[in-house]
Design a binder for this molecule. Structure first.
Ligand code: M6R
Length: 369
């Protein structure tokens, strides 16, 4: 079933353009989002949502964290993202304005299932984002929006992650339309951005050989740090998680703004640091702030690998390596920036002779608490 690929993960990384395209397919009709699965949630109910709580674990929780930025910006609803196992055991405040959104590739993760059941018992309405038809979590939810990534076999989640962000973005844009929080042109622009993503992921995949070389040079590395800001922050954490689980290397993801509140003490000569650089075209002036973070760590000897958009020259004097991603609206960059991080972890695992599809101590779906 690997269809000529050396591992399931390699195949699934390559399938990401299709995972996004298939998740969009049929859901944008005449320039409008159309999610028939959400029919049981009438427009009035969606207008009445006062708060969204996302419950998920691992990579799925990072998809939720990315979507938090987009849904809050587009639909002006507060979104909190909770690890399912933390949510369930702390008497969370749930009222009738709370919508609980679960995210799970397998649809069988016990912690997330328990969180959904608990939320329903407390009277919340629940929607699940799931990749597995008929799985338990969707059956326990009021509605399900399926991701159409196709079966994901490798333990490390890749194509399901980009499909989850895609489905969450479609949901966020649907919510924004219903609530009237986004001008029609802005909505159309966002949908066009989403539809352009598959081809752009293909372009990023075109650089995989360079990323592989980088990983092979770094096979003896003992620790790698990842920095990001805004939507790049969950991507930094996802890059670190991939590296831990696949290459058994200590890795941590930080919000770049947090650097001087502690983590910068970790920087010593030779420390590899991946930096997800926000677009210079972004509104909040985050780009120069991250470039100055790069200068700060470089001055302390860090080896900087920047993931930056095409044409961003500001990073060149300070980065040891630059991996380029095509231009995209800032909220859509995570769908591109995550790809080289997945490839890096996969290649490093392979360079170390490890089992990339089945890392030690891990299971594809965690069906125990
Ligand atoms: O099936 P789920 O999406 O509920 O799984 C959640 C996590 O167990 C999963 O994303 C895990 O973190 C992956 N191994 C990460 O690559």
């Amino acid at each position: 079933e690997k269809g000529g690929w050396s591992s399931f993960m390699r195949k699934e990384v390559a399938e990401q353009p299709d995972a996004v395209a298939n998740t969009i397919r049929g859901r944008i009709v005449d320039g409008e989002v159309h999610i028939p699965e959400l029919e049981s949630f009438g427009d009035d109910e969606l207008r009445g949502v006062r708060r969204i709580t996302v419950v998920a674990c691992g990579t799925a929780s990072y998809a939720g964290q990315v979507a938090k930025y987009a849904i809050e910006q587009w639909a002006r609803v507060p979104v909190e993202v909770e690890l399912s196992h933390e949510f369930r055991y702390r008497e969370p405040v749930i009222d009738d304005g709370t919508l609980v959104l679960s995210i799970s590739q397998s649809g069988e993760t016990m912690d997330t299932l328990m969180a959904v059941k608990y939320a329903r018992e407390q009277g919340a309405r629940t929607i699940s984002i799931c990749n597995t038809q008929g799985a338990t979590i969707p059956r326990e939810s009021d509605a399900v929006v399926y991701t159409h990534a196709g079966p994901e076999v490798a333990v490390a989640s890749t194509k399901a992650f980009v499909a989850q962000i895609t489905a969450l973005y479609l949901f966020g844009l649907h919510l924004a339309r219903v609530r009237g929080t986004l001008a029609p042109e802005a909505l159309a622009d966002a949908l066009a951005e989403l539809q352009a993503i598959p081809a752009k992921i293909e372009t990023v995949l075109g650089q995989s050989e360079r990323v592989a070389e980088l990983a092979h040079w770094m096979a003896d590395t003992r620790s790698v740090l990842f920095l990001g800001r805004h939507v790049g922050f969950p991507i930094a954490m996802e890059g670190a998680l991939k590296l831990k689980e696949l290459a058994y290397i200590h890795a941590e993801g930080f919000a770049a703004g947090e650097l001087k509140h502690g983590p910068i003490a970790l920087i010593e000569p030779g420390q590899p640091v991946f930096v997800v650089v926000p677009s210079p075209r972004g509104s909040a002036n985050l780009h120069p702030k991250v470039v100055s973070n790069i200068q700060e760590i470089r001055a302390r000897g860090a080896r900087v690998i920047a993931i930056a958009e095409e044409g961003d020259a500001a990073v060149l004097p300070y980065a040891d390596e630059v991996i380029r991603i095509p231009l995209a609206a800032p909220l859509f960059e995570p769908l591109l920036a995550v790809v080289p991080l997945q490839v890096f972890a996969m290649e490093l695992s392979q360079a170390k002779g490890l089992d990339v599809d089945q890392p030690r101590n891990l299971a594809k779906s965690v069906t125990v608490e």
